[in-house]
Write a protein that binds this ligand. Sequence first.
Ligand code: DGY
Length: 429
Amino acid sequence: MTTNSLIDQAISVLRLNDTGVFTKPGPHQYPHQWNWDSALIALGLSHFDLPRAQAEIRSLLSGQWQDGMLPSVVYHAAPSDYFPNPQFWQIENSASAPRVPTTGITQPPLLATIVRLMHDRQPMPEFLREVYPALLHWHRWLHTARDADGTGLACIIHPWESGTDDSPRWLHLFEAIHPEALPEFQRGDTRYVAATERPNRTEYERFIYLIDVFRKRNYAPAELLQHSPFLAQDVLFNAILFRADEDLRALAVSLQEPAEEIDGWLQTVRSHFDARFWDADAALYYDYDVRAGKRIPVNTASTFLPLFAGLPSEEQARQLVEQHLLNPMEYGRDEDVRHWVTTTAKNEPTWEARRYWRGPVWVIMNWLIFEGLRRYRYDDLAQALRRDTVGLIEGAGFREYYDARDGSGCGSTDFSWSAALLIELTKDR
Ligand code: DGY
């Protein structure tokens, strides 16, 4: 298939999922507007329809809470069979909820990075001036309302905030959570996708239990930080935030806005990042369990995300690439597992080839790692990863994730960010 016809197909997927107000991540499985999906969708759209890309971002920002939080999902007025629905979240009891229905939690803060990428390619000063205050407000909220210990590192209170819901890095935290009384609920996520490709019941029950805890506390940020049974500092989330702070700073400079506050976040986080996350013996970044006060020694692809943020030294980057990314026992390709980068190291006991964030290859992770490799001048490796990722889409279509053994597709079909990133990965390269 030629690159151009693949790009045409990607554009058709984005058009198919376009409701006119926002773009659905997937036509059936995800019928509302998801935060980091929407940022990537805007990036894809910006290649061929900049006004529509800007409209996507405006529509996401319409769900911003008064305290600055940008929620993981904005429901708009679209009725659907998706669970959990706005009636379940009950955000109206919070003092800072917006008018439009949303969830009560956030998601990885990619948006400032995407806005900067778009602006660098095609200057849009007016749009920048319009959205900058909202971006600053969100980042300020992340560095204050979610800073549990003065490190500037943002805590997550729900695995859905990591965007990698059932990643094995969260299993150990789940062991300490015992849902006493679960509210009544009916899962909707296994209606369109096989249950074997979705989170297990034990994990799902804890996802729901946590929402119940939060709604009982009316989503008051200080209370959630103090009482959430799940409290983690996530390498992926904080690497994305650090990179987004750098990009927010660049936007501030181009708008001639003061940047001292952002400089402060960057300095504080940089000075704590390694002490908190880097395990020198394993040469891996591990997530941190805040309640237990210790790292979570599970090897997942999040360990490569600091490359995207420029945080590792050259030596740390070399170790990550040589000891892990290329190691056939962990992430490197071999005869049985022909594609990369699996979201969990293959030698982790919890690795599963087709289950959600337990092992499959995700286009978003590959794009973030591709950008990280380029930042550290591993250009040949980055191009090899780019080709493998495009090949997966060519072989199995725009799927949500892929079985790394044979490249077959899993999860939602016609998945928007796979389409958006296909355009990003193939345009002018
Ligand atoms: C889902 O419904 O699976 C989402 O990941 C939650 O945001």
